[in-house]
Design a protein around this ligand. Structure first.
Ligand code: 5GP
Ligand code: ZN
Length: 114
């Protein structure tokens, strides 16, 4: 999608502090971090929300989570712990409509989330 900010980050058209990239996903630091480590893992291909996944995307979503765990390990969080989450649509708190997995860590997480 031409007007999607995360498509532009994936394509390198606007800057982001990337911590991981491969043929399928890109990981970059959140512009407004909610924890000492706050990384977003996105598919290169535009998928708007979790609702838009198809069976063909199952491997991709698994890959996003495995890469989140790898980035968490790189950031020294594997043993301490961390949180991954995906917000979906308005009541889920989604503000950017290109699928992204949040990786948050480096502080104690609380439950329930707000
Ligand atoms: P959502 O609320 O959709 O789950 O999360 C969107 C996230 O994207 C927010 O945490 C927000 O800070 C982050 N974000 C929005 N625009 C940009 C941007 O241009 N660059 C980066 N690195 N993060 C962004
Ligand atoms: Zn997009």
């Amino acid at each position: 999608m031409t007007d999607c900010i995360f498509c532009k980050i994936a394509a390198g058209e606007i800057p982001a502090e990337k911590v991981y990239e491969d043929d399928h996903v890109v990981g970059f630091r959140d512009l407004s971090p909610q924890a000492p480590v706050h990384v977003l893992i996105i598919p290169r291909r535009h998928i708007a929300t979790l609702n838009d996944l198809t069976e063909a995307d199952e491997a991709l979503v698994g890959h996003m989570h495995r890469i989140a765990a790898r980035v968490a390990a790189d950031e020294g969080l594997a043993e301490r712990g961390y949180r991954t989450l995906i917000n979906c649509n308005a009541e889920g708190g989604q503000t950017v409509f290109h699928l992204h997995l949040h990786l948050l860590g480096g502080r104690q997480m609380t439950w329930p989330p707000g």
